[in-house]
Design a binder for this molecule. Structure first.
Ligand SMILES: *Cc1c(COP(=O)(O)O)cnc(C)c1O
Length: 384
């Protein structure tokens, strides 16, 4: 084994249970887009369902269709996808009984053409832009979108299953946009309901809102990051403070250990020079595996029982650490990040070292790193 990411499915289930305990009557949508933030979409989806999530959320329709193709049927989970582009797989989504988010009239028109062609009615979630300024329907277009969806609902072409929106800054407690978005969401809902819409689920809360804003929970919450055991608000609390445990551990085996003299340049550009005679260890992971090049001379890694720092530049496939006077053998373990309770760095430590967020650290771990899923219940069932 060169390197692997282990994914602790027992931790993932416990995280989902911990989130459920917080949200009471609101259902949980496990957000499994982007290969479950790099953790493996299908195994994570199955475990989240076993732990009581009843919805799955993806960005693209292709991701949603992959869940259905893996055998996760409508009897096990409603699946919602929200990032559609013209010419998208509308008919496939209808046949797979996938819920569809609509933010604009063009998408409704494309969907209705597919409904007419297939004879399968749609389940849609109308998305309001309550202030994020990304996807979603602006307030001035909302009455028109709602009216058109209601006409299609009356004609039996679709059901308005959800009304929803997304926060801009739920991870910044007290940010003025939070109350403004809550108000705008209430207004968008009130208008749709006044026009006869009767959504099964109204939903707004991502991970930070799930943890910090109970008034945003409505019928359904949509945690992503928190389910993977990382804190969406590291300044407010650690994973443990929120009853969460990091799910992914990234490890590699040292590919070289050698003595070098003082004054030796290390890696491309010689941005590190050995301060004296020392031992250099080679970690066989690089930016092609998702280790940020911004971690050059900064990323933390546990080797031979201690935290070290990436020495010099992260290359495509490998980086170097300076062990100083310590010893290690080729094949020894280097732990880049994990839950932190064996003294290893966490994904949050990497995020801080690279000026990014832990979302990006775990999500970008590349396809060359195999995922090993531990403690799965769904897998145990499948094996009998
Ligand atoms: C990614 C995403 C989520 C989950 O966000 P987290 O901050 O990871 O909980 C929820 N809703 C939408 C629309 C998203 O795109």
């Amino acid at each position: 084994m060169r390197a692997e990411a282990t994914v602790d499915l027992a931790a993932l289930r416990a995280n989902v249970e911990s989130l459920r305990a917080r949200t009471g009557r609101s259902a949980v949508m496990a957000v499994v887009k982007a290969d479950a933030y790099g953790h493996g979409m299908v195994p994570c989806a199955r475990e989240a369902l076993l732990a009581g999530a009843t919805w799955l959320g993806t960005a693209t329709p292709e991701e949603a269709l992959a869940l259905r193709a893996a055998g996760i049927g409508p009897d096990q989970a409603r699946v919602l996808c929200w990032l559609w582009t013209p010419g998208g797989p509308w008919a496939e989504a209808l046949h797979a009984d996938v819920d569809i988010s609509l933010s604009a009239r063009w998408a409704l028109e494309e969907l209705l053409a597919a409904v007419d062609a297939t004879g399968v009615p749609a389940r849609v979630h109308l998305k309001a832009d309550t202030g994020l300024g990304r996807n979603g329907c602006q307030p001035h277009d909302w009455p028109d979108l709602v009216a058109a969806a209601r006409r299609a609902e009356a004609a039996g072409q679709l059901r308005i299953a959800g009304i929803w929106s997304h926060f801009a800054a739920a991870d910044e407690p007290g940010h003025p946009s939070i109350q403004a978005q809550l108000t705008a969401f209430r207004d968008a809902l009130a208008h749709a309901e006044s026009q006869g819409a009767a959504p099964e689920v109204r939903h707004l809360a991502n991970s930070p809102a799930t943890l910090l804003l109970p008034e945003s929970h409505y019928d359904l919450v949509r945690p992503g990051l928190a389910m993977y055991g990382l804190s969406p608000v590291p300044e407010v609390g650690s994973p443990a403070d929120f009853g969460l445990r990091p799910v992914m551990t990234l490890e590699a085996r040292l590919a070289s250990v050698k003595r070098v003299p003082g004054g030796h340049g290390v890696s491309y550009g010689h941005h590190y020079t050995t301060p004296g005679e020392t031992t250099l260890a080679l970690v066989p992971l690089g930016y092609a595996d998702g280790i940020p090049r911004h971690a050059s001379n900064g990323g933390p890694v546990q080797v031979a029982g201690k935290w070290r720092t990436v020495a010099g530049r992260v290359a495509m496939d490998q980086f170097v650490v300076d062990l100083g006077g310590d010893r290690a053998e080729v094949g020894d373990e280097a732990v880049l990040f994990g839950p932190g309770d064996r003294g290893e760095p966490t994904a949050e430590d990497w995020a801080r070292a690279c000026g990014t967020i832990s979302y990006e650290i775990v999500t970008r771990i590349g396809v060359r790193v195999p995922r090993r899923h531990l403690h799965g219940w769904a897998g145990a069932e499948a094996r009998g």
